[in-house]
Design a protein around this ligand. Structure first.
Ligand code: PPS
Length: 320
């Protein structure tokens, strides 16, 4: 008899407690959203309503102006770096070079035009654009600053003699396609009195200090990440980690997304295990024009003062 009474008491307490809980839940739900007219007292409803509802912005992807620019250097490995950065789930990269800040016609079209060329992204994601011409065009730093003084700037550099030969090779191939007379490297990079011809663009692009000086007038050094393009070829993850840190993103690019292709001598990329491995096209990592060893040595010697000026600017040395 006693045991039966006890069981009834426990049962009654349980029912009372459930009723009290239900009443509480109803009040809670009503207080959270009276206008929604939701009468459900199920915990799921409460859980959803207790969290802030996703804003329109975070639900539908939109175009956002870039928060980071990969400004160059031409032939420094900018395409590979951009593709590798795009493996990060929070990075949205503009596929094409937009040439907004360096091209007068594009710049005149204004910010809306630029915005429309950006990939769709959600808030919290990071939009990045690369145009290597930005690094060397004198009008660009001020224009970038005017758009966004907090813009994060990324520059990937490469040993400057090889970079100049790569740049020259590109011009050479373009000429080949156009059937124009083929240039001779030595005639273009040296002046008659044996100096370097700083006006010859494929060489001028290797004068890193000349170009960086202009950027430093608008952006402090800690807003400019300088990556090592030669190191990036050997060990891409080392440079990608630096970029993730600089962009204040978690380390989410994984080594299994970077697949070395022995035939190409470069890494190729894949987003997920099941996605296709993508290598860069034939114009990246192609055979350079054969340039005499002595010419290369002489060019390296003449570029050294420029390299040293660059090291002083960035408080760091490379082995060139
Ligand atoms: N993963 C991978 N695949 C292919 N190529 C790679 C890669 N990583 C770096 N590189 C180097 O990128 C060089 C081309 O640089 P850019 O992409 O900056 O060239 S461009 O300025 O956009 O034309 C290209 O230069 P060249 O070898 O002189 O063609 C490569 O050395």
């Amino acid at each position: 008899m006693m045991a039966r009474c006890g069981r009834v008491a426990v049962l009654a307490t349980g029912v009372l407690c459930s009723l009290a809980l239900l009443a509480l839940l109803q009040i809670f739900s009503f207080e959270l959203s009276p206008e929604a007219g939701l009468t459900s007292t199920q915990p799921l409803t409460i859980e959803r309503r207790a969290m802030s509802a996703p804003s329109e912005e975070s639900r539908s992807p939109q175009h956002h102006l870039p928060s980071a620019l990969l400004i160059g250097v031409r032939k420094g490995g900018t395409r590979a770096l951009l593709d590798a950065l795009a493996l990060h789930p929070a990075i949205k990269a503009a596929r094409r070079e937009v040439h907004y800040f360096d091209d007068e016609t594009n710049y005149a079209k204004g910010e809306e035009w630029y915005l429309e060329r950006m990939p769709l992204s959600r808030s919290g994601e990071f939009t990045i654009e690369k145009t290597p011409a930005y690094f060397t065009n004198p009008t660009v730093p001020e224009r970038v600053y005017r758009l966004n003084p907090s813009m994060k700037i990324i520059l990937i550099v490469r040993e400057p003699v090889t970079r100049a030969i790569s740049d020259f090779t590109q011009v050479y191939y373009n000429r080949l396609e156009l059937n124009k007379s083929l240039p001779v490297f030595e005639d273009l990079v040296f002046t008659r009195d044996g100096k370097i011809d700083e006006t010859y663009k494929p060489l001028r692009n290797s004068l890193y200090s000349t170009h960086l000086k202009r950027w430093l007038r608008y952006f402090p050094l800690n807003q400019i990440l300088i990556l090592d393009g030669d190191q990036f070829v050997k060990d891409p993850l080392s440079q990608l980690r630096l970029a993730e840190d600089f962009l204040q993103l978690r380390h989410e690019i994984r080594s299994d997304q970077l697949i070395f292709n022995p035939a190409k001598g470069f890494h190729c990329f894949r987003k997920t295990y099941s996605s296709k491995v993508k290598c860069l096209g034939r114009s990246k990592g192609r055979m350079h024009r054969q340039i005499d060893e002595r010419t290369q040595h002489q060019l390296g010697k003449l570029l050294r003062p420029h390299n040293k000026a660059f090291y002083r600017m960035i408080n760091r040395v490379f082995d060139w």
